[in-house]
Write a protein that binds this ligand. Structure first.
Ligand SMILES: Nc1ncnc2c1ncn2[C@@H]1O[C@H](COP(=O)(O)OP(=O)(O)OP(=O)(O)O)[C@@H](O)[C@H]1O
Ligand SMILES: [Mg+2]
Length: 353
């Protein structure tokens, strides 16, 4: 039956695309009017010119036309008043509630995984993105914080463009699929522009990415670290003392050197080491494995650190292509590629933190 209640009930099944909560619950439905077989819905947006208008319109139309007797749905948009935005922020409650009393940000997620390496270019970002995707595929809510403020690569690797919505002092991360949220400096500056900041600003940026962001109720927050073992890791260790270091290595890295660096990093930051991923482990041609960069570096590193080797990822052109095209292989790759990352994700889940 067509009446205001049935329309509101239908709208309660429509989520805001960014906040992933029903429009009705977020106080975004300003009015519903019924004129014979035409239903008019006015939506109050958090910000004017919200890029998701089309999506909201089609979702509302799809939901409301389900009601018997509806021929036509008209969706119009207004903007929330300051009070309404305030009420919305309060409703979002814990999410993005700022720092805990002790200055940490540990309430954001159940587990924090900082992806690091003894040296640059080994595939940290590639692994982080694919792992994040794999974790969502096995049912977890995941946040991805691009802590490589100068050399960000997460937006490109996930194919995310555009700027996050700002809800006063809070930032709504961009989404990849339903259950992966991401923040990166790359959402604010052009890819070919250098980001030149001094240490204290860097520290502040990372902390803002943790606390001034409307994160979902996350199971995992993955942090893609910049190469090296510098300041950013210390900042993260301070804000997230329970974070676990996930170490990515290539096979040739003489285990002792890299192990030493990672062990020192863990010691300096008092973070635990979760495990090791060996990336670019081999290149397979006609069923024959070529150990281009040597062999077993990951295994040796894991042994020296006293942790598990969580997986070995081959060197494959399509992994690089997927990263460049914003199509992570954990999502669009071969069954083997998807299986590799899902396997690592499951092993991470199984490690009791
Ligand atoms: N298994 C793989 N097979 C093929 N190419 C890969 C693989 N892993 C990473 N790459 C490619 O290697 C390059 C470096 O990877 P990535 O940017 O992930 O490394 P990184 O450790 O994050 O680098 P940085 O230290 O600069 O942050 C990228 O072009 C990426 O696409
Ligand atoms: Mg990187």
């Amino acid at each position: 039956m067509l009446n205001k209640e049935t329309v509101l009930k239908a709208l309660s099944g429509v989520d805001d695309p960014e906040l992933k909560k029903p429009l009705t619950e977020l106080g975004m439905v300003r009015s519903v009017t019924i004129d014979n077989a035409t239903v008019k819905v006015e939506i109050a947006l958090t910000v004017p010119g919200c890029p998701l208008k089309d999506k909201i319109t089609s979702d509302i139309t799809a939901a409301v036309t389900q009601i018997e007797g509806v021929d036509n749905v008209e969706v119009t948009f207004g903007v929330m008043t300051d009070e309404q935005r305030q009420a919305l922020k309060e409703k979002l409650g814990q999410a993005g509630a700022g720092q805990s009393g002790d200055g940490t940000a540990t309430h954001i997620a159940k587990r924090f995984i900082a992806v690091s390496s003894g040296k640059g270019g080994v595939g940290k970002s590639t692994c982080t993105v694919n792992l994040a995707v794999a974790l969502t595929k096995i049912g977890y809510k995941v946040g991805l914080l691009d802590a490589d403020v100068y050399g960000f690569s997460i937006p490109r690797m996930l194919g995310l463009t555009g700027q996050p919505t700002q809800l006063d002092d809070k930032l709504v991360p961009l989404r990849w699929g339903d259950n992966l949220q991401a923040v990166s400096m790359g959402f604010f500056v052009a890819e070919d522009e250098p980001v030149i900041w001094r240490g204290p600003l860097l520290h502040k940026a990372i902390n803002q990415f943790l606390t001034d962001v409307v994160w979902d109720d996350l199971d995992f927050l993955l942090l893609d670290l910049p190469p090296g073992t510098g300041d950013v890791t210390l900042t993260i260790a301070q804000a997230l003392p329970s974070a676990e270091l996930l170490v990515v290595t290539t096979p040739q890295a003489t285990a002792t050197h890299v192990a030493g660096r990672v062990a020192k990093l863990a010691e300096k930051t008092k973070l635990s080491v979760l495990g090791v991923i060996e990336n670019m482990a081999y290149f397979e041609v006609n069923g024959h494995k070529e150990y281009v960069f040597g062999r077993d570096g990951g295994k040796m590193l894991a042994e020296r650190l006293g942790v598990n080797l969580l997986g070995e990822i081959p060197l494959e052109t399509s992994i690089r292509e997927g990263a460049d095209a914003g199509q992570p292989v954990a999502h669009t790759g071969t069954d083997a590629q998807q299986g590799t990352f899902e396997g690592i994700a499951r092993r991470i889940v199984a490690v009791s933190s």
